[in-house]
Design a protein around this ligand. Sequence first.
Ligand code: PLP
Length: 365
Amino acid sequence: MEIDLSAYKSNIAFFTKKLFPTKLMAVVKSNAYGHGAVEISHAAIESGVDRLAVAFLEEALELRAAGITVPILVFNYFNPRYAVEALKNKLTITIYSRRQLEEIKKHIPSGLKVHLNLDTGMRRLGPDINNALELAIDISRTGYDLEGVYTHFAVADEKKEQFTLAQVLIYKKFLEELKKARVNIKIRHVANSAGALRFNESIFDYARIGVASYGLQPSEEFYIDELMPVLTWKSVVSYVKKIKKGDSVSYGRTFIAPRDMTVATIPVGYGDGYNRGLSNKGEVLISGKRCRIIGRVCMDQFVVDVSHLPQKPKMGDEVVLIGTQGEENITAEELAKLLGTINYEITCAITSRVPRIYLRRENLT
Ligand SMILES: *Cc1c(COP(=O)(O)O)cnc(C)c1O
């Protein structure tokens, strides 16, 4: 994988400008959507981002171990025993239930920095508006610093705006309740990438930008021209051979050659996160042309048809799995569509076996 940090920084600059005065919280969970959390976090901070977010406490600890000192919000569950790590490492935790608060209190009675997750329609984590005020007051009384309150959109990527606007209304109502109860909140945030792009009048203090910062389109319903893809995934040709009409290719013999063919083997497989669902479906780029996968994707390799290439490829020739080669381009969105999933899952799935090479402007020329 080549990770173009200048492209990432240009996406961050685009959002910074577009959302001003709202600031960005760079979401770097799941190894920065596969791009490499430590490197991406450094790039975010170099671009002026002053807050990061991850799903799990362990992800935040990895960033702290790498010397990252900006506030990091943990969105998700952690074992209450590890509250001590949260405090020690100055992490900001999410509290989403009374049960969780009680358990955490047993380990750390005060001093934690907290954001409360309000459920306004996602029905995933967090109390609804009828139960949230009491919890907010308890958090403050505990002697925790209730710094922020947030919610999460369920359909910000879809054309219809009604549900998202209703979520914002509930969120605003809760802010009013907090004000009346004299619970002072410094940081308010609601929007993910799609939400920030579409509802930029009502996104409060921070936007939690994940997918779009990686140049991945946040929605199938609208297209953002300015986003620059950050990731290119390349391999090489390991072997080229001729096969005969009637020969089968790979496990399960799911492909039978309809004619004599020239085929190439690529040393990448589902062990690298190249989805097995792309068997007999996906395409890669060789010599600037699309070449279709034939037979099943194995753990470490698959085979493509190269019969149509004007020049037979040879061992070591570049193969592009995601990215541009010549005039052709394969996007994470294209692979997602073939697999009936979303671009997020495509990049998150790329395993640690694939080396990440970080390109900066100075070594791009
Ligand atoms: C993952 C996540 C985000 C980022 O969403 P994108 O669609 O990738 O921008 C924001 N907020 C929460 C709570 C998340 O879990």
